[in-house]
Ligand binder design. Structure first.
Ligand SMILES: CC(C)(COP(=O)(O)OP(=O)(O)OC[C@H]1O[C@@H](n2cnc3c(N)ncnc32)[C@H](O)[C@@H]1OP(=O)(O)O)[C@@H](O)C(=O)NCCC(=O)NCCS
Length: 172
């Protein structure tokens, strides 16, 4: 299968925080942010795979500073690495007010999506990723360690099988 560059599927989405998106304090609800992160990541994954994808996992997400009603958020998603039938997508969220002030990197997370065959709805092979820049290469290199960690935490890999991070779990 032919490899694809990161730029082919990079996806950017913008939302304004409305009262309906917030908690009683006027801050964006964490679950609403996760939903948008999932959507932008899913669009990015679908573009890379040219297939329907499902979310298999979401790595750690922190909510350090509140996003306020009236703020504008920009969500950016890029594929960091494709494996067999799954791929890792990095999603970053930037927030600012409508005047572009108080601009800040707000949240980030690694999502894993799995491409499904249209007919069988079973996982299908995904195109490899071609990293070009130093940053893309760094994300690509780290993805194998993040994959092994999430598979261990998800109970899908034994620590002793994790070639890259085995020493974190098992005495050598
Ligand atoms: C994701 C899903 C398709 C995997 O199905 P499966 O029968 O476990 O398939 P496989 O064992 O062949 O795994 C397929 C891929 O998913 C990956 N995967 C499965 N569970 C994972 C997890 N928790 N975290 C990361 N990757 C995971 C596997 O590593 C594998 O990747 P690879 O082919 O690149 O090596 C299945 O669990 C599913 O349909 N889940 C529900 C998805 C969904 O509805 N998401 C929306 C949230 S409500």
């Amino acid at each position: 299968m032919e490899g694809k560059k990161v730029s082919v599927s990079k996806t950017i989405m913008t939302e304004m925080i409305m009262p309906n998106d917030t908690n009683p304090l006027g801050n964006l609800m964490g679950g609403n942010l996760l939903r948008w992160m999932d959507i932008v990541g899913g669009i990015c994954a679908g573009k890379h795979c040219e297939a329907n994808t499902v979310t298999a996992s979401v790595d750690h997400v922190s909510f350090g500073k509140p996003i306020l009603v009236g703020d504008v958020i920009t969500l950016e998603a890029q594929v960091t690495r494709a494996f067999n039938t799954s791929l890792e997508v990095y999603v970053e969220v930037f927030a600012a007010d409508i005047k572009g002030k108080n601009n800040r990197m707000s949240n980030h997370a690694y999502f894993t999506f799995v491409a499904l065959n249209d007919d069988t709805l079973k996982p299908q092979a995904v195109p490899p990723l071609i990293p070009l820049t130093r940053e893309e290469q760094s994300l690509y290199d780290g993805a194998i360690r993040r994959r092994q960690l999430r598979l261990i935490l998800g109970g899908r890999m034994k620590p002793e099988e994790a070639t890259e991070i085995r020493s974190l779990f098992v005495d050598t």
